[in-house]
Design a protein around this ligand. Structure first.
Ligand code: BG6
Length: 486
């Protein structure tokens, strides 16, 4: 746990909005180790005092706990600002400074380098970290790296080669912040700590699985990045495929980081790779136009006026293995949707009873904003007649007043300090996810739909309906209450 935590990009948005508030929350919970220092590396002409003042403001604004002076003062003592241009300055100067910090904070030479910078700088920084002067006598050297990890399989491989030339796989912590979410971790507990769900999660009992990730906001200030990414790379390649792999994987022989990730990657490899014809049939793209009080995507800052980038994707997927063969998995992810909701909806097959056409059972794992589990099952209606009606049980773990779920980054920072890798994406997972997404993007290349094709606040383009309608199904959504009997 003793570490010097070196943040590249210390004056950036991610550090201020997520990392520093997460460190503060960890301090609040008593989870900051004794021998620990944060070295904030930035280009701006600040000193530690000035930097700390700005960090304090960010913590007051973004932390889930209100700021308490004594906790802040103790955290502040660990923070040092180091003015450094990571593109041009000499990394041996940084090395020298880190040696002083190692001695002062007694970190045992353990270091974590956090790359909170634009992806085009990942390779330069990592290549410089290879320098001999940065080696320590003992202690680990770890690297935490934000997404996007490449922009396709080829660039992801290149980046991975550059990183593995400096850090071994066990010291690379590829961040996908969804893995740090409370309910993401809970999926495994719900599946494997209960006798009542797991035996039913297979082709014999499941009619369909839908995964929804809806955001009400647009791309905001991130137009430059997003216009080169689009929804399929920004959300599906990372967060949604991670959700699928966790809900669909086999029970690992042991719940170790290796075995859990071995099982997850098998799911990603079992996803059917589509031909161009299948892409046309099973995948629909959308882009938001202008709304009553929302800009059209193409009018957002730093977005091309004729942008072909999608802000919505609906698709059907197949997992070609014995457990799931034939079960459709539908996926919907988009910006400027009617609600903010992430959930996994599992519909079970019909259970015939006395010739009554009862509704299918539905299990929903609510990832956010509510965290919990919803179950719809059938029971007899009160009264003399033998009517069957659907009834509901709804467990919400963050609805209690005063309940305050840890932020994803808290868990991820803590795990990286401990060297616990389960909640980070291993290279073979990233690779398999890119393989899947690349085939779709390849098929899209020469053909842009008539964008924009949905209004802000709609569930994507009308065409998205055909993905489920072709199988006689409807899109389902629990949070936001659109499907009246969910
Ligand atoms: C990020 C994407 O990884 O996740 C953003 O780059 C997206 O485009 C965000 O808005 C969603 O995260 P959350 O935690 O708000 O669901």
């Amino acid at each position: 746990m003793n570490n010097a935590f070196v943040i590249f990009g210390a004056t950036g948005d991610l550090t201020h909005r997520k990392l520093m508030p997460a460190f503060y929350n960890l301090a609040h919970e008593g989870n900051i180790p004794e021998n620990f220092a944060i070295v904030a590396v930035g280009r701006r002409d600040y000193d530690t005092e000035k930097y700390a003042r700005l960090v304090k403001e960010s913590i007051a604004r973004h932390s889930r706990f209100s700021l308490k002076e004594d906790i802040w003062e103790r955290l502040k003592e660990r923070i040092r600002y180091f003015r450094f241009n990571f593109l041009h300055d000499d990394y041996c100067r940084l090395a020298e400074y880190l040696r002083e910090i190692d001695a002062e904070a007694q970190t045992g030479g353990n270091r974590i380098y956090y790359l909170a910078v634009a992806p085009e700088h990942f390779a330069t920084i990592v290549a410089n970290l290879k320098k001999k002067c940065l080696r320590t006598n003992g202690g680990h050297s770890r690297c935490m790296i934000e997404k996007p990890f490449g922009s396709d399989l080829r660039t992801a491989k290149e980046l991975n080669d550059q990183i593995t030339a400096v850090f071994s796989e066990k010291n690379i912590f590829r961040i996908d912040h969804y893995l740090g979410k409370e309910m993401f971790q809970n999926i495994m507990a719900i599946r494997f700590a209960n006798a009542i769900f797991e035996p039913l999660l297979n082709r014999d009992h499941v009619e369909q699985v839908q995964i929804l990730s809806a955001e009400t906001r647009g791309v905001g200030a991130r137009g430059h990045y997003y216009d080169n990414a689009g929804e399929i790379r920004d959300m599906i390649q990372s967060h949604l495929l991670q959700l699928i792999s966790l809900i669909a994987m086999e029970r690992p022989a042991e719940f170790s980081d290796q075995e859990i990730r071995d099982e997850k990657v098998k799911v990603l490899r079992a996803l059917r790779r589509y031909s161009p014809d299948e892409v046309a049939r099973y995948v629909v793209r959308g882009q938001y136009g202008v709304g009553d009080d929302a800009l059209a995507y193409r009018d957002e800052v730093n977005v091309d006026k004729n942008s072909p980038t999608e802000t919505f994707v609906a698709m059907k997927l197949f997992i070609e293995n014995d457990r799931w063969r034939g079960v459709p998995f539908y996926l919907r992810s988009g910006k400027r949707m009617p609600v903010k909701a992430t959930e996994i909806i599992i519909e079970f097959k019909n259970a015939a009873y006395r010739g009554i056409n009862a509704k299918n059972n539905i299990l929903v794992i609510k990832i956010q904003p509510e965290e919990g589990v919803f179950l719809r099952f059938n029971a007899k209606e009160i009264g003399a007649r033998h009517n069957i009606i659907p009834v509901k049980m709804d467990f919400c773990q963050n609805c209690e007043i005063g309940f305050n779920s840890p932020e994803a980054y808290e868990k991820l920072l803590l795990d990286a300090m401990r060297g616990e890798a389960t909640l980070f994406a291993r290279w073979d997972e990233v690779e398999a996810a890119w393989e899947f997404v690349d085939t779709i993007r390849e098929a899209w290349k020469n053909d842009v739909p008539p964008f924009p094709n949905y209004r802000p606040g709609a569930w994507g383009p009308a065409e998205a309906e055909r993905i489920v309608a072709a199988d006689g199904k409807k899109w389902l959504v629990l949070q936001g209450g659109e499907n009246e009997d969910l």
